[in-house]
Design a binder for this molecule. Structure first.
Ligand SMILES: [Zn+2]
Ligand SMILES: [Zn+2]
Length: 328
């Protein structure tokens, strides 16, 4: 009780969304709960999902942020204090049918850091269960480590479908996640193309034989695997158009708006549409360790101190922006 009172008196800077986005400096620091850790945040990334949350996606109110790196400030296991970590974003109940099946990321009662029910990491301190934390290998820099969450989301595709080296793959969307998905696919397929409308992003994307095009009509033959990462309403319609009969579409976009689409072609062509969200951090870290020359730093457009968080968000929504980092 005494400890709680002490902690509660401490305030911190935080990026709060409660209908409007702003920086506050008097947000209560998170309290240490059993089996959780309090983490001092070093860097946090602004994600497309954060921008959708500000438009009303998920109806979230609280501290934003689910891509971060920090050091453990306090936890029950004192040997962990000071370790450099990031954290899996889904906080599960451990009791429901999905948890019992080992599918904790799909826990029916889950909270998601900075997205659903619980505060996120765009603050001087954040908190997550110890089981969610991943110690970052020394060889991965702080800036690269901020990408472990989206890299794991990209790597999730490899666990969801069977991919042959000769499969053709097209990624729709040249945003951060689209580029990461494209890079991950180049590690398993020979023929990978990304379609985008931003010359600077396509330039950044060129790595490991990845082809870049700006006009989807250049794709003449049916594609084996289409990854939809445009974050826009027309993305799925385009994906259906270019996917071959019995091909696969992976849906990566999370958009606040609802979509209306004619699905008859999906039935006729027997296309598999697979939703794909988060991945295991071990998979994302594994890709970073195996592909050390993957030019992740190219995806960083700008860095801002937390005091300029609102300006950082204004930068992040600009058409030409890729990853914008907040530094603490
Ligand atoms: Zn994200
Ligand atoms: Zn559960």
């Amino acid at each position: 009780m005494i400890i709680e009172k002490m902690n509660y008196s401490k305030k911190m800077k935080a990026v709060l969304f409660d209908g409007s986005l702003r920086l506050v400096s008097d947000y209560p620091r998170p309290l240490l709960k059993p089996d959780w850790a309090v983490i001092k945040v070093i860097k946090a990334g602004i994600c497309r999902t954060d921008i959708e949350l500000i438009k009303g996606y998920m109806g979230f109110k609280g501290i934003l942020g689910h891509e971060f790196i920090g050091v453990i400030e306090d936890t029950i296991d004192k040997s962990l204090i000071g370790r450099r970590v990031t954290g899996e974003i889904n906080v599960s109940c451990g009791k429901c049918a999905m948890c019992k099946m080992g599918l904790k990321r799909h826990c029916y009662n889950r909270a998601v850091q900075g997205i659903h029910k619980i505060d996120g990491a765009m603050a001087e301190y954040c908190t997550l269960p110890i089981e969610n934390l991943k110690i970052i290998p020394d060889e991965i820099s702080d800036e690269k480590a901020v990408f472990i969450e989206p890299m794991s989301a990209a790597a999730q595709i490899l666990t969801q479908i069977t991919i042959e080296a000769n499969d053709t793959c097209v990624i729709l969307g040249d945003g951060k996640l689209g580029i990461l998905c494209a890079w991950v696919m180049t590690t398993v397929c020979r023929d990978v193309t990304i379609v985008g409308h931003h010359e600077n992003k396509l330039n950044a994307a060129r790595w490991n034989g990845l082809k870049t095009i700006t006009d989807i009509s250049e794709i003449k033959t049916g594609v084996d695997i289409v990854i939809e990462a445009t974050g826009s309403l027309s993305g799925l319609t385009d994906a259906v158009k270019i996917c071959r009969p019995m091909g696969i579409i992976i849906l990566k976009s999370t958009v606040a708006s609802k979509i209306e689409i004619d699905l008859s072609i999906v039935t006729i062509n027997e296309i598999s549409i697979i939703g794909s969200r988060c991945g295991l951090f071990d998979d994302g870290i594994g890709i970073m360790r195996n592909w050390k020359d993957m030019p992740i730093e190219r995806l960083i457009t700008a860095r801002y101190p937390i005091s300029e968080a609102v300006t950082a968000f204004e930068k992040a929504v600009q058409r030409d922006s890729l990853k914008v980092l907040l530094e603490f």
